[in-house]
Design a protein around this ligand. Structure first.
Ligand code: FEO
Ligand code: CA
Ligand code: CA
Ligand code: CA
Length: 701
């Protein structure tokens, strides 16, 4: 029988409902068990008023003009594109795209061109661009006059994972198992980060500089410092690293971010999936279970060929993943650092801003069903006149987790919220409750967040801070099929299977749908506009949905037949304050998703709520990561995993002559996409895409 894999996002690890409710009561806060419908709540009133219905629809709520009147830029001048199920990138009229860097493109000196049938080994792969491009950040070079350049710089690109089904050259039914160590090493070599030098060229496009001295590949086996309060803790010690201060590699690098001192933040997300064991007597501890570790992982089987990934052999190795990693792209010799002060969970992205007193504030989501929203506030301030003052700023500070108190509605119709400190000795994070030190609070951040009564959210993905409104921040909640105890469990899995026994918190006003197939975007305003504040007011900016359906399934009133989508994931503001939304959801184009087509990129005016579809992606992909040159005239985005069968409209009902879909795709690797090369004998390839306006203007205007 051929091998099969689990989808990355099928899990639920939070079984902490009992603790959660108990702690809320212990804290003296009435639990909100309300099942009121979304539109009758405070958040709903706020949304209606925000979307321009307030003055008439909401009568005396008194909330209608507050958000709309904010002075900010970011008007949209983009023509909407229709949905698409084609195997191509389609962009709004007046724009052009160019493929810049694909999986397998040569990056480092000595690298070979991509073979085409993916037959290269690890030694070639580690010199080439990795796979599954996700976050991307442009770091401009500085011109002679001291200004940042918009025609040359560095790109940092995450390589989140690999698609085993088309990562190797085809070899029949038993294509994956047994694995050998070289296959594992090739997969590790395609993970991590690429740093590449890029520049405008004479033809008016962009090119990457092959063999640039800045070019760098950080992989699943690059030496990385463990830094901050948890470094050296016994839980981080292994036989290979008895001091617990140096990890090997970074994995599942999903979203990312940029610091004010021009370093890159890359985020480790579904690291648990790579671990497993064949040991019959292995049973995960509560700590391991809370992070989704189990014997099978996602089916990668790395443990069968590399003992580092065998849970029974290297019990502490998983504790060395799940961190935010800081990289200095301008210093190729610098060693990346895992910043343990930012906590260990399934990190999506890391949005870094400065507070009123210039402390570094990093917003972070933990992307799994019913997980939490976090932020870190540095102990010391950053001095913008002295970039070196940022060097180890992320090693000391306070990690907080959010509680959104839906039942406390302030005068403008918004909910209120609290940032709860995850500090050893406070809020019940004590030895009596199983926390021995601040290091343990950080390594077990999910458990610490359970303990303090944080709000379970519908899969927190990217977070974006509005550059025009200090302290205003947006969060993608991508979807959640495991909420509301009286609802019938459903699943986003294409085969319709469900995961039994998982916690199912009630809906609340911040996560208002029991079966949230389409996702939503939550917004909050920190008190006094200060990112370091410990309180905030929040509302729902957008509830995605399908207008073909009724009630709250139709989405908020700014969702129409012309702009509908599901599963917001990537979320970034451009330099002028337009909000760009990228999707990673069902592209079945049927049922709940009828009329929504392939994954897409949209742009929103956060002052008016207007949302316009800007781009659609090729078959099977998600759109993720976006970064702009300082002049706003070039955008770089990533097309990730084209060719995944997923919910493809032409998904075959029979995989014959192969045993299962993974084996079928392995032996028909371009069955669902030939993007971007168009080569039937090649591979679908994740890639960075350049977007320019044909008239050379600012993207989005
Ligand atoms: Fe890797 Fe949650 O996306
Ligand atoms: Ca992704
Ligand atoms: Ca994502
Ligand atoms: Ca996603």
């Amino acid at each position: 029988m051929a091998h099969t894999f689990k989808d990355d996002d099928d899990g639920v690890s939070n079984i902490s409902v009992g603790t959660h409710v108990a702690q809320i009561i212990e804290n003296g806060i009435a639990a909100s068990a309300s099942r009121r419908s979304f539109l009758k709540t405070g958040a709903g009133l706020s949304l209606l008023s925000f979307l321009g219905l307030g003055a008439t629809a909401c009568g005396g709520s008194g909330s209608s003009s507050q958000v709309v009147a904010k002075p900010q830029g970011g008007a949209i001048g983009v023509l909407s594109v229709p949905t698409s199920s084609s195997d191509s990138v389609v962009v709004s009229d007046g724009y052009g795209t160019q493929v810049l860097l694909r999986w397998g493109d040569p990056v480092l000196a000595g690298a070979a061109e991509f073979v085409g049938d993916a037959s290269e080994g690890w030694a070639q792969q580690e010199l080439q661009a990795g796979d599954n491009h996700d976050a991307i950040v442009f770091f401009p070079f500085t011109a002679a006059d001291g200004k940042p350049r918009s025609d040359a710089g560095l790109l940092c690109i995450n390589h989140e994972y690999i698609n085993p089904e088309y990562f190797f050259s085809a070899r029949g039914e038993s294509w994956y198992a047994p694995l050998d160590a070289d296959m594992v090493k090739k997969m590790l070599a395609a993970h991590g980060v690429s740093v590449i030098e890029v520049r405008r060229n004479a033809a008016g496009g962009w090119e990457y500089v092959r063999d640039s001295g800045y070019n760098r590949r950080i992989t699943g086996y690059t030496a990385i410092d463990l830094s901050g309060p948890a470094a050296g803790d016994p839980m981080l010690q292994t036989a290979a690293d008895p001091a617990g201060v140096e990890a090997l590699g970074t994995l599942n690098n999903c979203g990312g971010g940029k610091t004010p001192w021009s370093t890159y933040l890359t985020c480790e997300e579904n690291f648990n999936g790579y671990f497993g064991t064949a040991a019959a007597d292995f049973a995960p501890t509560a700590h391991e279970g809370r992070y989704g570790l189990n014997k099978d992982g996602f089916g990668y089987l790395w443990h069968t060929a590399d003992p580092r990934f065998d849970l029974a052999v290297s019990r502490n190795e998983p504790n060395r993943f799940g961190w935010v990693v800081e990289i200095d792209p301008f210093n190729p010799a610098s060693k990346p650092k895992k910043r343990t002060a930012l906590g260990r969970f399934k990190h999506e992205n890391a949005e870094c801003v400065l507070s009123a007193k210039k402390r570094a504030v990093v917003y972070m989501g933990c992307d799994e069903r019913n997980e939490y929203l976090y932020k870190f506030v540095s102990a010391k301030a950053y001095d913008p006149a002295n970039p070196a003052s940022g060097a180890n700023l992320l090693d000391a500070g306070t990690l907080y987790v959010a509680r959104l108190d839906a039942h406390k509605v302030v005068g403008d119709g918004k909910g209120t919220g609290q940032w709860l400190a995850l500090e050893f000795g406070k809020n019940g994070l004590t030895p009596e409750n199983g926390f021995a030190s601040q290091a343990e609070v950080l390594i077990r951040a999910r458990a610490a967040a359970d303990r303090v009564g944080a709000t379970m959210m519908d899969r927190p993905e990217w977070i974006a801070a509005n550059p025009r409104v200090s302290g205003e921040v947006y969060l993608s909640c991508t979807n959640n099929s495991r909420r509301g105890s009286s609802e019938t469990p459903t699943s986003n899995k294409a085969d319709g299977t469900t995961v039994a026994g998982s916690a199912r918190p009630e809906i609340d006003d911040a996560n208002p749908r029991a079966v949230n197939n389409w996702g939503h975007i939550v917004r909050w305003n920190e008190t006094d506009g200060d990112a370091a504040a410990t309180t905030f007011a929040w509302d729902i900016f957008l509830l995605a949905g399908n207008p073909h359906l009724g009630g709250d399934m139709a989405g908020s009133s700014n969702i129409t037949f012309d702009n509908m989508f599901n599963s917001p994931d990537g979320l970034q503001f451009d330099p002028e304050g337009r909000l760009w939304i990228q999707t990673d959801g069902s592209f079945s184009n049927t049922g709940a998703y009828a009329g929504q087509g392939n994954n897409q990129m949209l742009v929103a005016d956060v002052r008016t709520g207007q949302v316009t579809r800007f781009l659609t992606g090729p078959s099977g992909c998600e759109i993720t990561g976006a970064t702009w040159t300082p002049d706003g005239k070039t955008a770089f985005i990533n097309i990730q995993h084209p060719g995944e069968v997923g919910s493809h409209p032409n998904r075959p009902t029979s995989t014959a002559p192969y045993d299962n879909m993974d084996a079928y795709v392995h032996n028909n690797p371009t069955a669902f996409s030939r993007w971007p090369d168009g080569d039937a004998a090649g591979r679908p390839r994740s890639a960075t895409v350049v977007i320019r306006k044909n008239d050379g203007g600012v993207i989005g205007t």
